[in-house]
Design a protein around this ligand. Sequence first.
Ligand code: HEM
Length: 509
Amino acid sequence: MTSTLDNTTAETAADLVAGFPFPFLEDRYRYSTNVEPAEQPVTTPAGQWGTAVVDIDSEYRAELDQRAVTLAADPTRHAVLPHMVPAAWDAMFTLMRELDAAYPEQMQLRSTGPDEWLWRNDILGIEQHFRYGDATTLPDEPLRYITSQVQEDIALLDQRNDQLFVDAGVVTFAADWSFGFDVGMSFLEIHGPVPRVRKEGVITRAHEFLKRLQPHQPYRRTNWTLTIDRRLDVSTEIYPEWGPDRESIQLVDDAEFGRRVHLRVEVQHLIRLPDSGAVMFLIRTYMLPLEQLATVDPWRRRAAEVLAELPEDMADYKGIIKYRDRAAQWLRDAAPTPPAPTGPGLPVWPATPPAVDTTGAAFLVVAVGDDAETAHVSRNWVAAAEAVGATRLLVLDTLTDEQDRASLHDALDEALTGTRILVTGGQYDVLTALAIAREAGAVPAELSSHVVHLRDLPLYCAHCRNTFRVEGRAGGTATCPGCSRDLEIHEHHSPTMGSFLASAAGGDA
Ligand code: HEM
């Protein structure tokens, strides 16, 4: 049977990979006052990010739902000190303008009279008339109202006595800090716990820069850490819920490690609000599990180097010291490998799926069997491949089925030169698919594979000269499904035949 992957799932994963703001510019990371003008698109090996100040992706509704739940449970995630009310209006209005500019099809801000406005958010089905500055015309406090419609967290800084103070905000996705504790603190006080930065002048330079920030000249920077699971709220408040994962993650197997450990990147925008003069700090959080990061090979290599090299004090501060070495090794081990088997002997299957070769012109992903890991691996490949070129997913039940074999032959016939073919499934199906692909003219550089179990193999019976799927291991025994002989499965494999040699046990031919 042939079917296609559920579209929504593939697209969801694909947009998160394609839009991921990979933060490392070199193989080494140190703190710096890393600010640059905003709204400059950045092209990555998987796609692009950074065109607009606000960014909506396929997680929009899910993240807004999470924010609503957190705010309902913990009021300290939202604060507007009394002198910040004008800044909150300014922030809301500025963000509405940004949304209107970035997503004109779905978001519109229209003037309906002096200080009167109509706001439409068609994604959420919102149509709201309001009068600027009149709290009775909005269903919520303005900062809270707008953070229910953007994925960004927001902090607002008041500038007085030559200093900046974090005097308002809605922060539900804090990475290991407490907004409720920090409200009212100065910019310099807030950065007190960060190692190195005082001595190196990073924060004082940032402070001077922010004090000179001008309206209509937005800037941005990135920051990063690792987070276990796709957990946006890793705030100090709920440390007991997520802190223990830093211990337990060390005990899980490699597949689970790659699924659960995420590179977490914040794109932070710095904007001088035009009416109130406050500084708006937007924090947009992106997360990609290592297993998806590893599908983009330049990201895999660079992230491994950065994690391995990061000084102890920085790794400790980021809370990743106990598992960053394993994360680096995991990424190194996920290097693309030539398809197994490459020659005489037994196939050697790597523990982690290889990265997608992004130099390919097009991609054919073949997923055989109903193993959950097969679906998972193929989905990740499709997500990475779709960001680079035309991608086809072929889902098959088993290559013992004539129709499924015919579908594979058809797909291979239709594949253009330069197409990368990625196969995943049990050992029998992967070896058989690779042999069929070779027979169809694919060369080793075009083939990658990932085996999800070793329960079965393709067996060539030296006596009846047919190839069968059998449950067994090289060095073990099986009964030939063709001639019913008891067979010894030799530790002798042919990539061309796509099978293991077997002959009658005890020489009884
Ligand atoms: C150019 C501007 C900025 C620079 C260069 C900067 C730099 C940094 C650096 C290097 C860290 C350590 C991050 C890590 O290792 O994961 C940090 C943490 C932090 N930053 Fe900033 N930052 C800037 C703006 C801001 C602003 C405007 C806020 C306002 C809320 C802010 C709030 C924080 C907080 C709350 C932390 C965590 C501190 C803790 O551990 O309690 N930053 N920042």
